[in-house]
Design a protein around this ligand. Structure first.
Ligand code: SUG
Length: 443
């Protein structure tokens, strides 16, 4: 088994819409100018960096934005241009909701269970319904279609997204797989219980429900011995830790976490040590050492922890974490601790960070065996080799704007530009028709 990092290509409408309550970067940057081309190139630079570490890297395409079928579903009528103009009336909220490039954060695309952990021996995917945030909920149908196109072989099961609301699901951002010689544990974390009384945050929304996490473990056939359902700390969510991966990250025999990542952290760590043995290396940090404010602003936990050879690991962190003294000191301490992580690399993904998405948000981890990987490669050109990198850079340079403010979303030419770009991209990636504007029916 080797893990493939599936990064989301940033979409041509990447903008700061201020759409995600509880995500402090999204709120703080709402209305500011964005740079879609710069954002897409930062994403490609990260993919190249990760590939050059010897890690398998692949891409998912962006979604169609503005999403005209959504505008139509919300009662707008007429030509594309007329709908865009109607959606832009007033404070243009409908247009912003339909225009977010949020599918770039593929950690929220799905939860993935490797075939070695599922009772039926298949790789399971549940596309996230993202039902807590309207602008994200509209990603689910295209994500499902995309996963079914890419993972079409017999060894894969792509489920339907869970039903919404009480089964609100945010995908792999709340899921962590840990594994040692002694065993494997899946942490299916959640922020609120839809039924029954549990602690909840006071200020910000808790997005994922316990019921959703339990349903995923069941449909993915993860045994009760392997599954754990820790709760995100309500205080962590209220500080801006809307997803688990904002305050914790794990990989194989390594876990690093902030004290406000999970409720009952100490009990959880004890339980993990029991299940996984002394091989498990845990780096937990207190709020006194790394204030949660720094963790939220600089995203040291929203890093990729990558196995780069012979069990050795490195961390790919956002550059912001180098600039924050607390976050920097903590990451460097992790690398010097004698544990599996030997080095921290800092990359600039600020265009994404300003919407609350660090390196970990930008990728979906898909562990695949050689045989499973060959089933993927035969149907689509998604593996990020040098030739694909060259083609994608040229594609971005050709189609993307380098400046976008809220008012630009009103420009019907922008919608056309993105459709032209995506039409070309589906050919380049050999994905066939994927989008509604290509004649594929919604739903
Ligand atoms: O869902 N931001 C995303 C960021 C997702 C981060 N993902 C992980 N932590 N895995 C979100 O809040 C902001 C869009 C805007 O405001 O324009 C946004 O959707």
């Amino acid at each position: 088994m080797r893990e493939v990092q599936f990064d989301g290509l940033v979409g041509g409408t990447h903008n700061y819409g201020g759409l995600s309550a509880g995500n402090v970067a999204s709120t703080a940057h709402g209305g500011k100018e964005s740079n879609p081309r710069g954002a897409a190139l930062q994403g490609l630079d990260k993919m190249k960096f990760v590939r050059d570490l010897g890690v398998l890297q692949a891409v998912f395409p962006p979604h169609q934005r503005p999403h005209l079928p959504t505008l139509r579903a919300l009662g707008l009528r007429g030509s594309d241009e007329e709908m865009i103009s109607a959606a832009a009336s007033g404070d243009a909220q409908l247009l912003r909701l339909a225009s977010s490039a949020s599918a770039m954060w593929t950690a929220n695309a799905a939860t993935v269970t490797p075939s070695c952990d599922a009772a039926d021996g298949k790789t399971h995917f549940t596309p996230a319904n993202l039902s807590e945030m309207f602008h994200r909920s509209i990603e689910a149908p295209v994500t499902t279609r995309l996963l079914r196109t890419i993972f079409a072989g017999d060894g894969f099961v792509v489920h339907d997204p869970l039903p919404p609301n009480q089964f609100a699901d945010e995908g792999a951002a709340n899921h962590t797989r840990l594994s040692t010689a002694k065993g494997t544990v899946h942490l299916f974390a959640w922020g609120r219980a839809a039924f029954g009384k549990r602690a909840k945050p006071k200020h910000y929304p808790a997005r994922q429900t316990l019921e959703a996490s339990e349903a995923i473990a069941r449909r993915h056939q993860v045994s009760a011995e392997m599954a754990r359902f820790p709760q995100q700390h309500p205080g962590g969510i209220d500080a801006g830790g809307f997803h688990t991966d904002v305050l914790a990250v794990g990989n194989e025999r390594f876990l690093m976490l902030h004290e406000l990542a999970f409720l009952g952290k100490n009990g959880l760590v004890d339980d993990l040590k029991k299940a996984l043995g002394e091989e498990l290396a845990v780096m937990a940090v207190s709020d006194a050492e790394l204030p949660v404010k720094s963790a939220i602003a600089a995203y040291p936990f929203n890093s990729q922890v990558l196995t780069v050879g012979d069990g050795e690991m490195c961390i790919v962190a956002p550059e912001d974490a180098k600039e924050d003294p607390h976050a920097h000191a903590f990451l460097e301490k992790v690398a010097a601790s004698g544990g599996p992580v030997k080095k921290v690399h800092y990359l600039d993904v600020r265009q994404s960070m300003h919407n609350g998405g660090g390196p970990a948000c930008l990728r979906l981890r898909v562990p695949l065996s050689d045989a499973e990987r060959s089933q993927v490669a035969s149907s689509a050109r998604v593996f990020f080799d040098e030739a694909l990198e060259r083609d994608l850079r040229a594609w971005v340079e050709k189609h993307y704007r380098d400046k976008l403010v809220s008012d630009d979303l009103r420009d019907p030419k922008l919608a056309r530009e993105t459709m032209t770009a995506l039409d070309e991209l589906t050919k380049l990636l050999r994905l066939g028709n994927l989008y509604d504007f290509q004649g594929v029916a919604s739903g």
